[in-house]
Design a protein around this ligand. Structure first.
Ligand code: ADP
Length: 159
């Protein structure tokens, strides 16, 4: 069984994330989307909300599961019996940091990192940019699934 983990914050999931997850699902027997629980950073959505949205928008993939993790990513990989991490690379600016992480992770636990170039349609897209645009009423419908667009609209208009 060849398993890969796609880790991230997914606050919230965007079409850029989904493109990576979908492509990974065609390359591996199983893909586990790992949602980081970061106690020092509160997101717009709770981890449970992010997981619910991810489960919904990946439900058409039979071999994709969504789980949360805290602590070291390599420990999560070990617990899930996955030896590969998939990371999307948007621009050269992602590369420096990702290279450091990849080298640390292979040193810590022999977990390999494979970089997948972003679909050019989504190369400028990040969860934080989507939140900023949505906050000021901009149209994000081309960048996130419809249920995420609705969740953003609801959350950002709450007093
Ligand atoms: P962000 O908050 O920057 O959107 P996450 O921490 O949730 O990102 O990202 C998880 C993973 O998804 C990372 O490997 C990141 O490089 C990748 N990713 C995020 N956005 C995109 C995108 N638009 N295209 C390709 N990969 C992406």
């Amino acid at each position: 069984m060849r398993r890969a983990v796609c880790p991230g914050s997914f606050d919230p999931v965007t079409n850029g994330h989904l493109d990576i997850v979908g492509r990974a699902s065609r390359l591996f027997d199983e893909v586990i989307v790992g949602v980081l629980i970061n106690q020092s950073k509160s997101g717009l959505f709770t981890v449970e909300e992010r997981i619910d949205m991810l489960r919904e928008v990946t439900s058409s993939y039979d071999n994709v599961r969504v789980e949360s993790f805290r602590g070291l990513l390599v420990d999560f990989c070990r617990a899930q019996q996955a030896s590969v991490l998939i990371k999307g690379l948007r621009a050269v600016s992602d590369f420096d940091y990702e290279l450091q992480m990849a080298q640390m992770n292979i040193g810590l636990a022999g977990v390999e990192t494979l970089f997948m170039p972003t679909n050019p349609l989504y190369s400028f897209l990040s969860s934080s940019l989507v939140k900023d645009v949505a906050k000021w009423g901009g149209d994000v419908s081309a960048h996130v699934p419809e249920l995420v667009r609705e969740a953003l609209a609801t959350r950002l208009t709450q007093p």
